[in-house]
Design a protein around this ligand. Structure first.
Ligand SMILES: [Zn+2]
Length: 443
């Protein structure tokens, strides 16, 4: 079983191959190269015409809260803390079924915009959850149960049982992470316990893939004050130094946002091997500030790109995030030559894959990698003419140009539509759930 995607320009880590081909053999990439070469070994496969298209690796969203897509546009024009308080009121009324539906909506949106992997933090339950939605929709995902100080004990227990049930499920397509929410909402002991749990789970289940710790770090300008007030600790030298003092920073950690930190703290992240997931669109929207990307690069951090949840973005569009990050950095550094398109594209693919500890299998069109492949129409009005494929992808292409998407060798999107989904009835279900949620919160 497989497909030969033929005739498009294939973007490989070694550069573009025009009139190229990608052979999907089972759930792996069997061959990548010039069409005439790949065809020799894979002429028996079904064919997919990709002329006038770009064939790219599936994008990897290294930080999101997929189920929050259900709250897209709910809380607008607020600072982080006001926004959180508003969202937490809604979350108190969410049922596991709502969460699963929100995650399903987000997964479809992600797939239709060329994202094949999500690193998502939300609330898990055994009956219905983001995991159930990702299993159903076919998207690849790392999923964690976000927990706060008040839910610390149940959160850790739930994470443990969810990891045993789901880590490595669906032929390795699903992974589980350990997710203390943020230093201002989750106390110091909880971080220590989460780290310990992640180490144990890696020992027990690590052969099915790395179990990462996924958390928010130094997102808000007043985070130090919040942490000190909420937990009566000394975080005056910075959030990263505070976490480092707890001994919880390591190469297992994926830290989202990471905006407000000193140069010394950047070096600490480098020394500990922490990965960061940057969310430029969400940061701009909540006026949180700008993460020092160029400084992260200087200490060789693994840097990925994410959207954050659609409640603060308001989309899961990784094309947009790549473009915005590149534009912000040019302005911040006052230098248009920084973050060239190839680099921005790398951040949305291999950079993010490495950040979430999955770079050995996804993030690039390499022979033997998992077959997460996207075919993008490159011949539309806003796309022509094309001088350089990477400039095209980052500055001109739209997520709506995505035509076909494969995850783990299986085609999930065909002709810009989710295969097997009756959109109108799905849309009604989402709108009805929104109405029901509004009536439950009295809004
Ligand atoms: Zn977040």
């Amino acid at each position: 079983m497989g497909v030969l995607i033929e005739g498009g320009t294939v973007l490989t880590p070694r550069g573009p191959i025009r009139n190229g081909a990608v052979a999907i053999d089972g759930n792996r990439i069997g061959g990548v190269g010039r069409l005439e070469d790949v065809k020799r070994n894979f002429s028996h496969l079904e064919r997919l015409d990709a002329r006038d298209c770009l064939v790219i690796p599936g994008l990897v969203n290294s930080h999101t809260h997929c189920a929050m897509t259900l709250m897209r546009g709910y809380a607008e024009g607020m600072s982080l803390m006001d926004w959180l308080n508003s969202i937490w009121k809604v979350e108190a009324k969410l049922t596991p079924r709502d969460i699963e539906l929100g995650a399903q909506l987000g997964a479809y949106e992600a797939l239709l915009s060329g994202t094949t992997t999500l690193n998502s933090q939300y609330f898990y339950s055994d009956e219905a959850s983001e995991v159930h939605a990702f299993v159903k929709t076919g998207i690849r995902a790392v999923v964690g149960h976000g927990f706060f100080e008040r839910t610390r004990d149940t959160g850790l227990k739930l994470t443990e049982s969810m990891a045993r049930r789901w880590h490595g499920a669906e032929g390795g397509r699903i992974r589980i992470s350990v997710d203390p929410h943020a230093p201002y909402s989750t106390g110091p002991e909880a971080y220590v316990e989460a780290t310990q749990l992640a180490r144990e789970l890696n020992e027990e289940l690590g052969d099915r893939g790395k179990v990462i710790v996924h958390t928010h770090v130094a997102e808000a300008p007043d985070e130090i004050k919040q942490v000190q007030k909420n937990f009566n600790v000394d975080a005056s030298k910075g959030i990263v130094k505070y976490l480092d003092g707890l001994g919880v920073l390591s190469d297992l950690v994926v830290a989202a946002h990471v905006i407000h930190l000193s140069d010394e703290e950047v070096r600490i992240l480098g020394a500990r091997g922490v990965a960061v997931a940057l969310c430029p669109v969400s940061n701009l929207k909540l006026a949180m500030g700008v993460a020092p990307y160029t400084k992260f690069k200087a200490v060789d951090l693994r840097v990925g790109l994410g959207t954050d949840g659609a409640a603060s973005n308001n989309s899961l569009d990784m094309f947009e995030s790549a473009k915005v990050l590149s534009l912000i950095e040019k302005q911040t550094m006052n230098d248009p030559s920084v973050v060239r398109s190839q680099e921005a594209f790398y951040l949305a693919t291999m950079g993010s894959a490495r950040a979430i500890g999955w770079g050995e299998e996804i993030g690039g069109l390499n022979e033997g990698y998992k077959a997460d492949v996207v075919v993008l129409d490159a011949a539309r009005m806003h796309s022509i003419p094309m001088y350089d494929e990477y400039d095209h992808l980052v500055y001109s292409a739209k997520s709506g140009d995505v035509r076909d998407v494969f995850v783990d060798g299986k085609q999930l999107v065909e002709g810009a539509k989710i295969i097997g989904l009756e959109y109108e009835s799905f849309r009604k279900k989402v709108e009805n759930t929104k109405d029901s949620l509004l009536s439950r919160i009295g809004g």
